[in-house]
Design a protein around this ligand. Structure first.
Ligand code: NAD
Length: 496
């Protein structure tokens, strides 16, 4: 554990426990191989969790099925709402414990863990609680002509889709778990969640808080372990009615295939290579601050990270030099010290993957204005890196790096920058920076992305639909769109 940092006794107590899966309302020991969970700021082992066996996945799915058909289905919407509000209060009350656990396990700044992992989770949970009592169908005046003289009235009911298998990544572990569990519960579904093998801790703690909030046993289950074993067994399980996946496009494709084989419903939130477009009227300070926030937030381990920066050629040198100076001046160190702005990446594997991309870029002719390598200190740190002299044939421009690496390119006119922004297999997010409304509104419809921000980047709200165009996903989370994901529509046709 990171030396010299004050960690709450509740966090130490949790880490001292024997951790397992959370099935049918209790933590149970797993029979599979132990998977080590690391502190990325030191590389030390924090905890161990089991790799779920097929039998354990079966048990978790069976528990979720029993719960779906039991008392949970008889609760009133207002009861589900009250339980979710109570859950939001418990996340808030245990906020410091959850934030410290997340920072120790994921590596991010404690400030981000408090504000986002916990703060956003509380708000998201409260927002979804409100939906439980607002799920509606429609009444339809139909014109069926037979038998002559018969009259009909039709309506639609929105019913819970059923047992949800949720599989999430390691970049925002608590938020990702809350994004999946709370809309599912609002709609009356039950859940088996598999957190990423790197970051299972807050999901397990969240499952315990669900019980404390009054969620009946079996409604929320968590199985731990690796993607190829536990994750694949869950995604292909015939007892699952819907798979909700967030992660890489490569794995998302496999999940989609497995789901289609069983005709399981599925939604996919996948990778990105989001462009940041700085037009020529943006003040330098705003351009530097905005582009730094877009890429270095959470060490670039953000699906919408602004990893391709297009700056109007008149301002290019100034903005790139400012960005490099900002990157080079950020204090580096463990996330438990809130003064450190550069924190470790989640794992040695991710650090090595990011460094290998940087090396590919440099050997293809890119130049690092700042950064360009891993930090020599212990843990999984990579220097914030700004690459120039790049073009769209290079892997650093085309592929998702998922680290603190931005490629900066000059542009001349709006059509050219729109074409280059869209020259990507991804289409998750994009930002346009300018106060020239005419130019902004010319660009917005041209950009192929699920979210286009103007004069901001990475801003996500529970009420705003979120998801990807192209290879960035399938379906939309958040807002009313989330309710569509976790319900089936049933038409009822009454003759009278
Ligand atoms: P990943 O795809 O490797 O893993 C995500 C999850 O899938 C993990 O729980 C993993 O164990 C599991 N998994 C891996 N192989 C599997 C398989 N064969 N079958 C079933 N499950 C399997 O992604 P990652 O490295 O954990 O996370 C980074 C990726 O997630 C990036 O591509 C990022 O863009 C994406 N992401 C997307 C969003 C979004 O909302 N669009 C949000 C966060 C992260």
């Amino acid at each position: 554990m990171s030396a010299n940092m004050q960690v709450d006794s509740s966090v130490r107590a949790f880490l001292g426990r024997r951790l397992g899966h959370f099935i049918d309302g209790a933590m149970v020991e797993g029979e599979g191989q132990p998977v080590a969970v690391y502190d990325p700021s030191t590389g030390e082992v924090l905890a161990k969790v089991p790799d779920a066996t097929k039998g354990e996945v079966d048990r978790a799915v069976a528990s979720a099925r029993r719960a779906l058909e039991g008392d949970w289905s008889r609760l009133r919407p207002a009861d589900r709402e009250r339980i979710l509000i109570r859950l939001s209060e418990l996340i808030e009350a245990h906020g410091e414990e959850l934030a410290q656990l997340e920072t120790l396990n994921q590596g991010k700044s404690i400030a981000l863990s408090r504000m986002l992992e916990v703060g956003h989770s509380v708000e998201f949970c409260r927002y979804m609680a409100g939906w439980a009592t607002k799920i509606e169908g429609t009444t339809i005046d139909v014109s069926i002509p037979i038998p002559p003289g018969t009259r009909y009235r039709a309506m639609t009911l929105r019913e819970p889709v059923g047992v949800v298998g949720a599989i999430v990544p390691w970049n925002f572990p608590l938020i990702m778990a809350v994004w999946k569990i709370t809309p599912a519960l609002a709609c009356g579904c039950t859940v088996v969640l598999k957190p990423a093998e790197e970051t299972p801790l807050t999901a397990l703690r969240l499952a315990e808080l669900c019980m404390e909030a009054g969620v009946p046993p079996g409604v929320v289950n968590v199985i731990t372990g690796n993607g190829a074993s536990a994750g694949a067994a869950l995604a292909s399980h015939p007892g699952i009615d819907k798979v909700a996946f967030t992660g890489s496009t490569e794995v998302g494709r496999k999940i989609g295939h497995a789901a289609v084989d069983n005709m399981t419903r599925f939604s996919l939130e996948l990778g990105g290579k989001s462009p940041v477009i700085m037009l020529d009227d943006v003040p330098t300070e705003m351009a530097v601050g905005g582009s730094a926030m877009a890429i270095f937030f959470n060490q670039g381990q953000v699906c919408t990270a602004g990893s391709r920066l297009y700056v109007h050629k008149k301002a290019f040198d100034q903005v790139v030099n400012g960005l490099a100076a900002a990157a080079g001046s950020m204090p580096i160190g463990p996330g438990l010290d809130p003064n450190n702005q550069v924190n470790p990446l989640v794992s040695a594997r991710q650090r090595d993957r990011v460094c290998s991309y940087i090396e590919q870029g440099l050997s293809a002719g890119a130049r690092a204005v700042t950064g360009g390598k891993a930090s020599p200190r212990p843990g999984y740190f990579v220097e914030p890196t700004v690459l120039v002299d790049v073009d769209h044939s290079m892997s650093v421009v085309r592929e998702e790096i998922f680290g603190p690496v931005v490629v900066a390119m000059p542009f001349d006119d709006l059509d050219e920058v729109a074409r280059r922004a869209n020259d990507s297999e991804y289409g998750l997010g994009a930002s346009i920076w300018s106060n020239d409304l005419g130019k902004v509104m010319t660009l917005v419809p041209k950009i192929k992305a699920g979210t286009v921000w103007v004069n901001t980047h990475n801003m996500i709200d529970p009420a705003m639909p979120f998801g990807g165009f192209k290879q960035s996903g399938y379906g939309r989370e958040m807002g009313r769109a989330a309710i569509d994901l976790y319900t089936e529509t049933k038409s009822v046709c009454i003759a009278y």
